[in-house]
Design a protein around this ligand. Structure first.
Ligand code: PBG
Length: 327
């Protein structure tokens, strides 16, 4: 009896046939490696909750970027930790700020590696919120837009290949686009964190960047994990405001939105496999509860299958190394 072949069973018998019919591929060039660059740091400093990831000095960041480039990884995403924080987060738009200096140094040493700069004030403000505060302690959306626009132009002037706003203020993509265009930076693309959820999975990142809010939480400006339609509407709004790439974050708990944003916009989509997702796999692997290589490759392949063109992950160097060894 010949059953309909829904499972491609006969095609899985040899590796060559399996590869031939595989729908999803994963390549080093799909990856972007996030990095934490710390002003005034000497060398590297491990991040306890993210084994294998260090806080980096500018010269260590150049070295790390070189390793990523040699492995065929497309780019790095830079987060800066300034030497001093204030109410406004003024180090963010300092032309000699840590991200600006790191961007120049990395582009000079590795011109073909993409440098994406994350754009947010939370690493730079003394209170740890993503924008400036009003007297009542709430984030002032509109006053923050101007500071974000200033930061974006400073980062782009430093040589960033793309700007990735992660602050989640309303109207920021439009404000940043207008500011870049005015300064003759019309060719600098915006990778918008469009669907960024108020997630428990950012915990290790906040340790790494020292950006845990001193009071309150980010529920006022990040999205409710229960809301998928809202995420799609946010993405469509970002398209109208001029976003070039749309990001969904975190990745694995929100794969439905990677697909929905892709289908709704047909624009390039990036998915950010965040610090907590990384820490979970590392911790389970360290306990011997799962096979790290297999689990990571499965997670990354799933993110691609859901529709992501770009995968931002702290596992990038390991993935690229494994893919190379597997060839
Ligand atoms: C800044 C920002 C955060 C992350 C990326 N950009 C933290 C946050 O929103 O609290 C998290 C990334 C990660 O967990 O790896 N707004």
């Amino acid at each position: 009896m010949a059953f309909p072949q829904t499972r491609l069973r006969r095609l899985r018998r040899t590796g060559a046939l399996r590869d031939l019919v595989r729908e999803t591929d994963l390549r080093a060039r799909d990856l972007i490696l996030p990095m934490f660059v710390v002003a005034g740091l000497d060398g590297r400093e491990p991040i306890a909750s993210m084994p294998g990831i260090d806080r980096l000095s500018i010269s260590a960041a150049v070295e790390e970027a070189g390793e990523a480039a040699a492995l065929g990884i497309s780019g790095v995403l830079l987060f800066g930790v300034p030497s001093a924080k204030d109410e406004q987060g003024s180090q963010a738009w300092d032309d000699e700020g840590v991200v600006q200096l790191a961007t120049r140094a990395i582009k000079e040493a590795h011109p073909d590696l993409l440098v994406v700069s994350d754009l947010c004030l939370c690493e730079y403000t003394s209170h740890g919120h993503c924008g400036v505060l009003r007297d009542d302690g709430q984030v002032d959306n509109d006053a923050t837009l101007e500071l974000l626009a200033r930061t974006a132009t400073s980062q782009a002037r430093a040589g960033a290949d793309a700007i990735a706003p992660s602050d989640m203020m309303d109207g920021r993509v439009g404000a940043i686009r207008a500011a870049l265009d005015e300064e003759d930076l019309a060719e600098t693309p915006i990778i918008a964190y469009s669907a960024k959820f108020a997630s428990a999975f950012y915990g290790p990142f906040r340790d790494a960047a020292g950006s845990t809010p001193a009071f309150g939480d980010r529920h006022g400006y990040q999205m409710d994990p229960g809301n998928g339609d809202e995420a799609v509407r946010e993405a469509l709004l970002d398209v109208q405001e001029g976003a070039d790439v749309l990001m969904v974050k975190p990745a694995l708990p929100y794969l439905d939105l990677v697909r929905r944003v892709k289908d709704a916009t047909r624009l390039p989509v990036a998915a950010y496999h965040v610090s907590g997702e990384y820490a979970m796999i590392k911790a389970a692997a360290a306990c011997g509860y799962l096979d790290e290589r297999a689990a990571v490759l499965e997670a990354m392949t799933s993110i691609r299958r859901a529709g992501a063109d770009i995968v931002i992950t702290y596992h990038s160097k390991d993935v690229a190394t494994w893919l190379r060894a597997g060839q």
